[in-house]
Ligand binder design. Structure first.
Ligand code: ADP
Ligand code: 5GP
Length: 212
């Protein structure tokens, strides 16, 4: 018989968004290392690979004609242009995984979040990270050392626009101290897993409890 800890449940779609540089990649990596029940939904993108990024692990890197064909063939749950490149969430893996109780982490922007919410509202948990200050955001983007100064300027320009979407999320966490921020994000994930509607094995468990 299933115990309360092994009850069947439906997976969830855990979306982490933030203005670029606020720390969603860092928090995502911490979460994926710490929690075996969640895996990354690997997006497809046309942007160039950054040093240290692994094709198929961080992103699936494709050229524009390939991306356009994938759109036409309806491979994506959602897709959006960001910073002059295309980004999309592949459909197949996520749909099958949710049924099997697999959780997915999404590192996507507010446009993708809105689209996923419209399609799969009850599976989606939306978390938005904010930087403690705009100066700190600039320091983090510069300190990361992955973007040229003109790209950093573009990301800073967009930061305010991205922050303005804060109210389209279920949870907002300020990423000041990284460990504290990570602990809060984990608490959200743990609580969301416990939601009654996600615990599909509960009906059988309760029926068993109530048997004479
Ligand atoms: P994003 O994925 O949102 O663009 P990153 O996770 O790449 O942001 O973080 C940008 C930079 O800021 C990285 O160099 C990262 O190590 C650093 N960083 C992230 N969170 C913090 C934090 N709480 N305090 C200090 N530096 C941080
Ligand atoms: P980066 O190029 O810094 O990895 O990502 C740029 C932006 O694209 C980030 O805001 C990131 O969240 C967003 N992004 C990454 N993958 C996807 C995706 O599949 N769909 C959407 N809509 N946005 C994405």
């Amino acid at each position: 018989m299933a115990t309360p800890d092994t009850l069947q449940r439906r997976g969830l779609m855990f979306i982490l968004s933030s203005p670029s540089g606020a720390g969603k990649t860092t928090i995502s990596h911490m979460l994926l290392n710490a929690d075996a029940e969640i895996c990354l939904s690997v997006s497809v993108t046309t942007r160039p690979q950054r040093p240290g990024e692994v094709d198929g692990q961080d992103y699936i890197f494709v050229d524009q004609p390939t991306f356009d064909r994938m759109v036409e063939e309806e491979h994506f749950l959602e897709w959006a242009p960001v910073f002059g490149h295309s980004y999309g969430t592949p459909k197949a893996q996520v749909k099958a995984g949710l049924r099997d109780g697999q959780d997915f982490l999404f590192d996507i922007d507010w446009q993708g979040t809105q689209q996923l919410y419209q399609k799969l509202e009850t599976d989606v948990v939306r978390v938005f990270l904010l930087p403690p200050t705009i100066d700190e955001l600039r320091r983090r983007l510069t300190g990361r050392g992955t973007d040229a100064p003109n790209v950093i300027a573009k990301r800073m320009e967009r930061a305010r626009a991205e922050i303005s979407h804060w109210d389209g999320y279920d949870y907002v966490v300020v990423n000041d101290d990284i460990d504290l921020c990570f602990a809060k994000v984990r608490e959200i994930l743990h609580a969301e897993r416990m939601k009654r509607a996600r615990q599909t094995g509960l009906i059988g468990f309760v029926r068993e409890l109530m048997r004479d």
